[in-house]
Design a protein around this ligand. Sequence first.
Ligand SMILES: C[S@@+](CC[C@H](N)C(=O)[O-])C[C@H]1O[C@@H](n2cnc3c(N)ncnc32)[C@H](O)[C@@H]1O
Length: 400
Amino acid sequence: MRPKNSHLGAAKSAKNDEFYTTWPDIEREMNAYLEYDPDVFRGKTVLCPCDDPEWSNFAKFFALHFTDFGLKKLISTSYAPDSNPAKVDYQPTLFELESPAFDATKTRANGKKFTLEAKDVNGDGAINIDDLQWEYLEGDGDFRSREVTALRDEADFVITNPPFSLFRQFMTWVIGGGRKFSVIGSNNAITYNEVFPHIMANELWKGATANSTDMVFGVPKGAKVTEADRLKAAKLGYPSDADRDYTRLGNACWFTNIDHGRRHEPLQLMTEADNVRYSKHKEVRGVGYPPYDNFDAIEVPFVDAIPSDFDGMMGVPITFLDRYNPDQFEIVGSSEGDYPQSKVYKGKQKVVDGVPTKSHTGSYACYVRVDEFGPGTYFDVGYPVKRIYKRLFIRRKVNR
Ligand SMILES: C[S@@+](CC[C@H](N)C(=O)[O-])C[C@H]1O[C@@H](n2cnc3c(N)ncnc32)[C@H](O)[C@@H]1O
């Protein structure tokens, strides 16, 4: 029997999966692909898994634009309420209840498949959401099922906001299909093993939008939302309504392999000498770029302080990916264990305000050597060093 706690844990993480994407967030990102290639979706099949046009915006968005995007086919699949611990109070919609295909058992136990093709089914002269056909899937609509995987393989594009708790599995599944995709995830996923090697290989990149702005998500009524996030969402135009509450996430972003113009804009940067002279950052101005003690690279604490003429390896914050232009730089690794350290410490002791403390110090990180243990947090590796947050290692490509 499954221990009670693991069931509660499953319900809790599944509740965190019920984040519904807002229309403007989808529109902004898709528009960036269309701006770069107006025919990007022409003649193509789009699959929106982990979705449901009865309550989500992805399929609605593509149904509305079916004709102007020139789509061949739109497929959306939903996940069975019985398989989803977050759907305890599930009720079928009127749309489903009133349909001749309604089945009182399948509505809970099976996923659904919604399909729109270039056929004016209701004869109103337009192809839109009203022409969407639906049926129950044989299984529960799990994206990993044979059935939904076959739909992935039929599609040219897979576009959705997948369950956060299964993000790693979803990335493996979607990348494994070899299709174009665009999915919402968290910035923290950048260094995942399922993601980062593909970023390095230039097979996957950040989307064009929402990189430095909040994304607002609908959540089921009564879901736990902090007051600060509720207020922020309301300020961004999403006060609670009859159907949903709203929250915002500061670190949500898109991961895609669909090209967009943003990744072809070069970062405008100053030379190393000019940064040392004029940088707006006090950490760089008059200071320069210290080498790491344990990696063969220099520390660049801000993306806009990357020196334009430095030929060696540089450690940069992961926000670099929001501005990454693969013609300008190459990414060679990260401080998370996939790039060789030039020095591995035998042991590290944390020192806070000069006082050695007991603490877990983590195995991966960049360290910069300093002169002495002063106020603040240091590590003693036989001499004082300061720990630097997650870094990506990059090298410039142009004019080398
Ligand atoms: C983050 S929500 C996003 C919903 C919708 N795509 C949107 O953006 O509004 C993820 C959805 O995936 C569904 N889900 C959870 N586990 C799943 C699985 N194993 N297979 C397919 N869908 C799943 C959940 O029911 C949830 O509604």
